[in-house]
Ligand binder design. Structure first.
Ligand SMILES: [Fe+2]
Length: 387
């Protein structure tokens, strides 16, 4: 038996956020970030909500939001008592909205106790609506929420199927304003979700088809979306691909790329998308020992022609590295500007955190502390993984 969870409603396309004009509710708490406010997205959403007779208030969170921010947001929610909580923005804002909503619904629970198979009984006070403005995290389609604990330099990996939003609004007008760098890094986050879901031991027929379609869309449209900010079709397809990849990993899991990436985010402060882009080819090489055939299937699905599976997956890695170069993303931690001194000082902490990551359940190949240490060294130096 497997359990599959998707958002109950997904509204897709240009102008999709106009759906809010007719939404039912009285009071909305909208979780945003600085960019979302500056780009006018918050005003746009507020306008639609007011047309529906709903009074919104806003709570601004920082990128990669901290536990303390979540606590303040939950306090505000309890004081305002909204019947709608809306996450608007990139993955950080949406992750924050989920965590704030959970603590609003359940003031008695601790953030760290939001784990798979723990019954929370959400949706007694409010519905959750998520509106992504970047095309990567897929948080609008998943039950995952990553919150930073700065005191321990740690990413808390919260997960509950109950955190899957009631409504996801995938409005292709929003990603049109994304700067190139963000397109590149968030696009690689989406690619890592789809690829990790495809090779996960929890893969299933539902996650598989979504993962493959997302990968195909990303291979076709990510570079176009990066090159030309006015390419509406490419930006829209990438927005859809990110949500599909989110739906895939929400029902299959992610693995080594995210385990290493969350550690690198917490300890070295590398933004999530950039960490994914740097790590992905190395983690594929690491996993290929046990999942070569699955990667070969992905290769063929994106049109790579090869005689053997062994050739196919290797060409796939080359093409991902080429895409990364074309998108001007660094290929190693060293190239990303992490000093050797800092890396060496923090290597033990990185390896420990990665090997203990909760997301490793979704990896086809286990990762010991020793292997994590070795992988990090290869990723720092930019050395191809052959172990
Ligand atoms: Fe991710």
């Amino acid at each position: 038996m497997i359990e599959i969870t998707f958002p109950r409603t997904i509204i897709v396309g240009k102008g999709a956020s106009e759906y809010l004009r007719n939404i039912e509710g009285k009071k909305a708490l909208v979780i945003i970030g600085k960019n979302v406010r500056e780009l006018g997205f918050a005003d746009k959403v507020a306008g639609y909500l007011r047309e529906a007779g709903i009074e919104p208030i806003f709570f601004e969170v920082e990128p990669e939001p901290s536990v303390e921010t979540i606590m303040r947001g939950a306090e505000l929610a309890r004081a305002y008592a909204p019947d709608l909580i809306i996450g608007l923005g990139g993955g950080s804002n949406i992750d924050a909205a989920k965590a704030i909503w959970a603590l609003y619904e359940r003031p008695d629970v601790e953030l760290a106790s939001i784990r798979p198979f723990v019954k929370l009984g959400l949706r007694k006070r409010a519905k959750l609506i998520c509106i992504p403005t970047t095309s990567g995290a897929g948080s609008e389609a998943s039950g995952a929420s990553v919150i930073t604990n700065p005191a321990e330099e740690k990413k808390m990996e919260l997960y509950s199927r109950e955190l899957v939003p009631d409504i996801a609004i995938v409005d292709s007008d929003f990603p049109m304003t994304m700067p190139q760098k963000l397109v590149a890094e968030t696009g690689f986050d989406a690619l890592s979700h789809a690829m990790e879901a495809y090779v996960s031991p929890f893969k299933n027929d539902f996650s598989e088809i979504l993962a493959i379609k997302a990968i195909q869309l990303i291979f076709k449209y990510l570079q176009r979306s990066y090159m030309n900010p006015k390419d509406m079709e490419a930006r829209e397809k990438m927005h859809i691909a990110a949500t599909m990849a989110g739906m895939a990993f929400a029902n299959a899991g992610v693995g080594v790329t995210h385990a290493l990436g969350h550690a690198a985010g917490g300890v070295l402060h590398i933004p999530h998308g950039r960490a994914m882009a740097i790590i992905l080819p190395y983690s594929i090489e690491y996993n290929a020992k046990v999942a070569m055939q699955r990667y070969a299937e992905i290769a063929r699905a994106v049109g790579i022609e090869a005689k053997t599976d062994d050739d196919a997956w290797k060409i796939l890695v080359e093409s991902i590295m080429q895409l990364r170069r074309n998108l001007n993303i660094p290929s190693s931690f060293k190239e990303a500007g992490i000093s050797r001194e800092e890396f060496e000082k923090k290597l033990e902490d990185l390896a420990n955190k990665a090997a203990k990551s909760a997301v490793l359940r979704g990896s086809p190949r286990p990762l010991s502390i020793e292997e994590a240490r070795k992988l990090f060294i290869y990723i720092y130096e930019g050395k191809r993984v052959g172990f």
